[in-house]
Ligand binder design. Structure first.
Ligand code: ZN
Length: 181
């Protein structure tokens, strides 16, 4: 039996309804909500890896425009995911959840060896988070209905990349909950 944690990448207001929102982002809301409710019930840690950019400073904003500025509504977890006291928030200023954050230390101290990845977008921030998870030696499970990308093609190529290069298990939320929680 592994020790699991759910990583929720950028399911924040600006990626769903705000500055970088897109229709497909809404597809993750209900499955992610179901996954997080089950995780909390089973004592599996829920860790939000949230963009929290510094306006006028972060290089990434030159490419994407202002989004998820630290301290704004846009940088908050969407209300549907019911952020609670036991959840963790790890702010990030780049694509990946591990890059210059305390995520690795947090996971190690929680005894986690397998991360269940969810969030936006499959081929971008979720993938960069997956790259470091893989390189640091974590096993990866992709909750495939709780992640999305800007297009179907980017979603599919994102999932395929996870499977081929990070050895990730690709499974839907119901399977993850049944098998691991
Ligand atoms: Zn960003």
């Amino acid at each position: 039996m592994g020790k699991y944690a759910v990583l929720v990448v950028d399911i924040i207001n600006d990626f769903v309804t705000g500055a970088l929102g897109c229709d497909r982002a809404h597809l993750v809301v209900e499955p992610a909500q179901r996954l997080l409710r089950a995780a909390r019930k089973s004592g599996v840690p829920v860790i939000f890896c949230n963009d929290a950019h510094i306006k006028g400073v972060d290089k990434e904003l030159e490419l994407w425009g202002d989004h998820a500025i630290e301290g704004t509504k846009g940088a908050e977890v969407i209300p549907e995911l019911e952020l609670c006291d036991k959840d963790f928030i790890v702010p990030k200023r780049r694509y990946g959840g591990f890059f210059q954050t305390n995520l690795d230390m947090l996971l190690r101290e929680l005894g986690v060896d397998t991360v269940i990845l969810t969030g936006l977008h499959t081929h971008l921030c979720v993938r960069h988070t997956g790259a470091d998870a893989y390189q640091l030696g974590y096993k990866i499970i992709m909750a495939k209905d709780a992640t999305q990308a800007l297009t179907e093609e980017l979603y599919q190529t994102g999932l395929k990349y996870f499977e081929e290069y990070y050895g990730a298990e690709i499974a839907d939320v119901d399977t993850v909950v049944e098998k691991y929680f």
